[in-house]
Design a protein around this ligand. Structure first.
Ligand SMILES: Cc1cc2nc3c(=O)[nH]c(=O)nc-3n(C[C@H](O)[C@H](O)[C@H](O)COP(=O)(O)O)c2cc1C
Length: 386
């Protein structure tokens, strides 16, 4: 039996990923002063041990005000580099490739954690020791009525922000990461410049599509220049906004072509988030989901597929990809090059090994770390008697 594509390597620049399974970036809200700690170490290394090929950190802020919450990781100083170093090293020693997502939350920064409701921080939080901070965006308009108005960035603010992304890329290389992703999705700063729903500027960073793409493309260029040229660069985008008049899949194809010409290697195709929490949409009909159940398995795969075909760039598919055969079909049909998984991996960090088992490709548990594999194989042989 030939090995499913899901378990075959992929080489990007000088980096060979051992397989196509990727831990999607997942905010944990467990950092203090932006520093990764024991929680992040145990969290991220578990996926490397479980045979995920590419392990992404959570969205890691390029400046303190770019964090979503007080608990988000950052990479704006050297202590944060030192905190990430042992994590990147351990991921690599376990056979996976360590990757970082760098981000700025823009007008969606200064928020509570999801288990506190994800609302904007206010005086109650300040009294409890977690004060809100002034957010920034392309335009002085809030996400919605329950969010504070961001400060519209001036051209010199934009130039400074591009430099912060580049500095974060430089530090990420020092931390030992081998893949870097720029977060350009989910309504955060870069996405808020792209979308006509949030970018109502009338200078060179707004207006038509070219103007709205300018900040994101300048970030891509500056990061590419700061990030070692032998290492791959990804960009996550919201391939569609959802609401009428928003960023469309046609826009994403154009943006992906521009990213490719600036040395971006992979476009990670997510969706939604411009008008609040990342409320994904099922299609570009603009119809919001009635409930979470509407997010059918693989609902964002068509975006990765079209961008891959029409922009001629490698893509990563993400969003309710739950089984090995489902992931394999996406790769086999040429709809994406990599499969990012979030919640199913949180639920089971050994998802790749279980997928291999369910696809009949690892009958002797050879994919498991040796220390586990021999014992898990024995467990399988006695299972019949249970
Ligand atoms: C707890 C949690 C935290 C997340 N944090 C991030 C993040 O830091 N950056 C990002 O781009 N997406 C983030 N996402 C979105 C995921 O990366 C992923 O795109 C989404 O969960 C859909 O994939 P899934 O259906 O496999 O979970 C987060 C999702 C969850 C559930």
């Amino acid at each position: 039996m030939s090995l499913p594509k899901l378990f075959t390597p992929l080489t990007l620049r000088s980096v060979t990923l051992p397989n196509r399974v990727v831990l999607s970036p997942l905010c944990m809200y467990q950092a203090k002063d932006g520093l990764a700690n024991a929680f992040h170490f145990s969290h991220l290394t578990a996926f490397a041990r479980g045979r995920v090929g590419l392990v992404f950190t959570e969205a890691t802020a390029v400046e303190p005000e770019g964090r979503i919450s007080h608990g988000c990781c950052g990479i704006w100083n050297d202590s944060q580099v030192e905190a990430y170093q042992p994590i990147a090293k351990a991921i690599e020693e376990l056979g996976a490739v360590p990757a970082i997502q760098i981000a700025h939350a823009g007008r969606k920064a200064s928020a509570r954690t999801p288990w506190q409701g994800s609302a904007a921080l206010d005086a109650t939080d300040a009294a409890a020791g977690s004060p809100p901070w002034r957010t920034v965006g392309p335009f002085g308009e809030a996400v919605n009525a329950s969010w504070p108005t961001p400060q519209a960035m001036t051209e010199s603010d934009i130039t400074a922000m591009v430099a912060k992304f580049a500095a974060a890329a430089h530090r990420s290389a020092k931390a030992g990461f081998k893949v870097l992703e720029i977060h350009g999705a989910h309504g955060y700063l870069i996405h808020s410049f792209l979308s006509p729903l949030s970018n109502k500027r009338n200078d060179g960073y707004g207006g038509d599509r070219a103007g709205r793409m300018r900040f994101g493309l300048e970030v891509a260029e500056a990061v590419r220049a700061a990030w070692p040229k032998e290492l791959p660069l990804f960009m996550r985008i919201s391939a569609i906004d959802g609401p009428a008049g928003g960023w469309s899949l046609d826009d994403s194809v154009v943006f992906a072509r521009e990213l490719k010409s600036r040395g971006v290697d992979v476009v990670d195709c997510s969706a939604g988030g411009i008008a609040g929490p990342p409320s994904f949409r099922a299609s570009d009909t603009g119809q919001p989901f009635k409930d979470r159940g509407d997010r059918a398995p693989g609902f964002q795969v068509p975006y990765a597929d079209r961008i891959r075909r029409e922009a001629g760039i490698a893509t990563m598919a993400v969003g309710v990809i739950v089984s090995g055969p489902q992931a394999e079909a996406i790769l086999e049909e040429g709809k994406a090059d990599l499969i990012a998984i979030g919640r199913e991996l949180m639920y089971d960090p050994y998802w790749p090994l279980r997928a291999a088992e369910s696809m009949g490709v690892d009958p002797d548990c050879k994919m498991w770390p040796n220390s586990y594999g021999w014992a898990i194989a024995r467990r399988a042989s006695i299972k019949a008697a249970w």
